[in-house]
Each structure stands twice: as C-alpha cells, then as structure tokens.
Design a protein around this ligand. Sequence first.
Ligand SMILES: [Ca+2]
Ligand SMILES: [Ca+2]
Length: 255
Amino acid sequence: MKRKRGMIRKAGIVLGIAVWLGVTPGLNLMGSPYPPPPDEQRDPHPYYKPWPPILLPEGCSTLLSRGCKVTAKDPAQRILGDLKLITDGNKEIDAYVELMPGPQWIQIDLGEEKEVHAICLWHYHDDMRVCHDVVVQISNDEAFVDGVVTVFNNDHDNSSGLGKGEDKEYVEGRYGRPFAVDAVKGRYVRCHSNGYTFGLGRSRGGMSRYTEVEVFGWHLNQAGTGDKAQDWGQPPRERRALVIQYPTTGWHVHE
Ligand SMILES: [Ca+2]
Ligand SMILES: [Ca+2]
C-alpha cells in the first residue's frame, strides 16, 4: 500500500512537471483555447530560410505603408507598444505591439486608394511561434463592410468567422510571412490574428503581437509605370524579385 502511494506520488510529480513545462507535443496542457495547428495545416517551409521570391511587375514594388496610420480593433485591449511601431520600419523584436487574447486586428491606412501587389507580416519572431487565424483583407471601406477582398487566410476551420482559408499556418522566423497579392485596390489593409502556439505543441498564450507590417504596390497616380502598361497595348513590363529588408535578430541566430 505504502509502495503504491509512493508510485502515485511520483507519477503526480512527473505529470506536474510535464504540465509546468508544457513538454508534451500536440497536447494542449495549459488548457489554452489556442491549440497547435494540425499537421496537415502546417506549412513545411523552414522558418529560418527566406520564402521564395515574389516577382512583381516593374514599378509595383514601392513600399506603401511606411509611417502610415495604424488603428486597432479596440484601443483598450492594447497591452504593450504604440501602434506606430507597426509601420516604423523596425522589424526587430525589441519593439512590438501586444494585444489582449482573443480575436484582434490592426488596420493600416495607406492614405488613399493604392494597388497592392505584396504584403509581409512580422508578428514576433524571437521564438518558434505559430499565430492562429491570420487573415489579411483589403478594402476602401474603413469599417470593412463593403468591397472587402481577403488576400491571405489560414483560418482552416473558420473559427474567426471570416471564411475558411486555404493558406497554411506557419512558424514565424525573422523572414516573417511575405505573400503576393493580385493587384487588389484599396486604401485600408486589415490584419487579423487570434493567439498563438509556442514551440509547435506548447500552448502558451492568446495574445497577438506585431513588430511590423509592410505593404508593397503601385501608386494609382503613378502614371506610365507598372502593370498598367499592358492596358495601353504595350508589352508587359519585366517582373523583378521584390526586395524586402529582413530583421537581423530572431531564431535564425541559433541555427
Ligand atoms: Ca516596427
Ligand atoms: Ca481557426
């Protein structure tokens, strides 16, 4: 009986340590509502390598978002960081915005209607973090009621209610998540997120973090350049790789 009690106590200690460390892959030991993504929904792209280059028509790779005004779903739910940090050009992890757990969004006002050709997201890349329900939308409607175009969506189970997405969840490294956009016109870019899983299997929290979002494209008043050349019966402009400046710190330094 004494031996049995000792074994139960030992098992309890081991389980307690496992729960404390959150070491069991795939188990949501912390009881968080933000489980790790199922394997089939995880992008196999290695987080420590650049993503494949994005080829854009000449003139369509202008950085449109630097210094633009940023708003959030609810200013009262901002925990850390000025929203200006999201468009200030610094993508390092020393300055970030942190929002309360649950569905959140931040929104960039490009000032006027632009033609968007690519976006790059950096949430927080100092650990092996998977952000959930990453949905990016573009609209000319500040309230995102009319004319909303979704350009990225990895909410595979539609838990955010914005529609089921076909993009994969990914581990964020210093290369963030650049993706091409098919010349979508709009003034506002809204980026949704809903918590994260840390280390692929360890649920650690539901906050959303952002260090930077960059939007690339074409000024509609930029006459004579970009894909518009095709509209004028001219041959298509040469497509060139988008050059993105990546942060120098992050998990890559541990490789
Ligand atoms: Ca920044
Ligand atoms: Ca989801």
